[in-house]
Design a protein around this ligand. Structure first.
Ligand SMILES: *Cc1c(COP(=O)(O)O)cnc(C)c1O
Length: 316
């Protein structure tokens, strides 16, 4: 909100990725303040590859001449080419904002390319792959520093939450360590291993795989919805979320996909062999979502696995 307030006037034109193709509510959804305040135009992922099609995005930007282009996503499993986005922004006279909320930890750890020097402004949460407290941070080129500070205060925020600020400092310090970099790389390795396992089980991955911490599974081939899969997996203590897939024919409340991520399991110490097993568990449940006995059997496997990776071993 502060980034938009600093860079835009109400009614300005902005380009963001279609919400059902992996974009975020704050990237122009009509039920969100962003879509109500600014004139958002959505770009899509390619219908065949399910990846960003930069030639299409460039064509749209040159025609629409937005004030701002937003990239960085919520459910897009591939790396984002920030340099290409900069070229498109320059060619269309737009500013470039990168919302790295999901991938900030991968970027900090060197497991995903950097948004700077390409972006004018970078927003992030601190509670996703950055593994810190619930909150946010804005990075920007010097010229935007004063307008952003003003947008935050007096623009919208009251007194600061000092405990959250100190927790962010701890989070950033951790993210600077070699151990965090190793963690970031391990997250991606584990996501690839989980993807390989799901593919070997015959499940379809949106875009064919992942470069990041997350995977989107297209369930249309199994003839179950994302909602059914989520509920069936819950029964076995496997937590995923239903998620639209690009060009989904189901509503966002039902969906044709599920979204999976490896950061939490990687923090617990799990590796490739566990990912292989988890992929198999997910596939078995999705192939027989009504089989209650199978769900209980797999729940026992899940408990046996998680017991091997206790959350707070130091607490005994
Ligand atoms: C998660 C996310 C946000 C912020 O959402 P919160 O509700 O604060 O977690 C913003 N942008 C993107 C792309 C996100 O994925």
């Amino acid at each position: 909100m502060a980034a938009y307030f600093a860079m835009l006037k109400p009614g300005d034109k902005v380009m963001g990725l279609n919400l059902s193709h992996g974009g975020h509510l704050t990237h122009g959804s009509s039920v969100n303040f962003s879509g109500k305040t600014y004139h958002f135009i959505a770009y899509n992922v390619d219908a065949k590859t399910h990846r960003l099609n930069f030639d299409e995005i460039e064509k749209m930007a040159k025609e629409e001449k937005p004030a701002l282009i937003v990239c960085g996503y919520t459910a897009y499993p591939r790396q984002v080419d920030f340099k290409r986005f900069r070229e498109i922004a320059d060619a269309s006279g737009a500013k470039l904002m990168v919302d790295m909320a999901h991938i900030a930890g991968l970027i900090a750890g060197g497991a995903h390319p950097q948004p700077f020097p390409h972006a004018d402004i970078v927003t992030s949460t601190t509670h996703k792959t950055l593994r810190g407290p619930r909150g946010a941070v804005i990075l920007c080129k010097t010229e935007y520093a004063v307008p952003i500070d003003k947008a935050v205060f007096p623009g919208m925020q009251g007194g600061p939450l000092d405990h959250a600020i100190s927790a962010k400092a701890v989070c950033f310090k951790e993210a600077m360590t070699p151990e965090f970099s190793a963690y970031a790389h391990k997250i991606v390795e584990n996501a690839r291993a989980l993807g390989d396992s799901l593919s070997a089980e015959g499940l379809t991955l949106v875009s064919g795989g992942t470069d990041t911490h997350l995977l989107l599974v297209d369930l249309t081939g199994l003839k179950i919805t994302g909602k059914e899969a989520q509920l069936a997996l819950d029964e076995a203590n496997i937590t995923v979320n239903k998620n639209t897939i690009p060009y989904d024919t189901q509503s966002p409340f039902i969906t044709s996909g599920i979204r999976l991520g490896t950061p939490a399991l990687t923090t617990r110490g799990m590796g490739k062999s566990e990912m292989k097993e988890i992929g198999s568990m997910i596939a078995r449940i999705c192939r027989a979502p009504a089989d209650k006995e199978l769900q209980q059997k797999i729940k026992a496997e899940v408990l046996a696995m998680t017991n091997k990776f206790p959350l707070y071993p130091e607490l005994g």
